[in-house]
Ligand binder design. Sequence first.
Ligand code: ATP
Length: 268
Amino acid sequence: MSIGTSAASGEAIPQTHGFAIEVEGLRKTYGSLVAVDGISFRVQEREIFGILGPNGAGKTTTVEILEGLRQADSGRAVVAGIDVRKEPQRVKGLIGVQLQASAFFDFLNLVELLDMFAALYQRQVDARALLRRVDLEEKASSRVKTLSGGQKQRFSIATALVNEPRVLFLDEPTTGLDPQARRNLWELAQGIRQDGRTIVLTTHYMDEAETLCDRVAVMDHGKIIALDPPSALVSNLLAKGFRRRTVEREANLEDVFLDLTGHELREA
Ligand code: ATP
């Protein structure tokens, strides 16, 4: 499924000038707490862009402003060519947000849920094709509660794709997954980018960011303290003279785990 040349709604496609997201001077406070402190960045179309940072750094607040779920105090955010403050509803039609699977109704099967999500966008979807896209076609008649953790995450991505979004937001998509399921989800994210979509990803896993992201923004205390491709960030650190104290091991426990249990997905 690739991005079409015209929006299903019949509206003209907004001009993006090659940027899926443009943020300028974005700021958000909660009382005296400055959660997002005047940040600026741009995400290119078809980029996988990571937002990293310790707990409380301001990642969720930033992403939720971009999704039109929270209002910034000041600054400007343009997503898929639309000013989020001026037209939050229009932005919501152009983005996909991965929800936590536990929130899904348990009395509907996967096909019925996708049809329901599509109806919210006044669209019709080929639910089976969408399930095939996320490698869940054989679970079409199953309920979400019967899915494994990895399958739930893939299904939640399928729901976020029903409106053929130009920008997909993934919030810690592999938390709690086994190594095989994590790798499977990385491949899915790469495939979605191949379809022509832009992905914004928050994660606490540095290996995930290094594998998936073209560029990452590192946030701390509401500010972006670094923004570069992962390889450039590592080179910069080495150029400053950083050396690991211990000699790098040639294998780690994850390598042992994958060697013992294989790369095949384990899903009932
Ligand atoms: P995590 O990695 O834990 O998800 P985060 O980087 O996503 O953290 P945010 O959730 O954006 O961080 O929070 C940034 C700061 O704003 C934190 O200090 C948090 O306690 C505070 N905060 C977030 N939402 C609210 C709110 N609705 N009301 C008050 N303070 C909030």
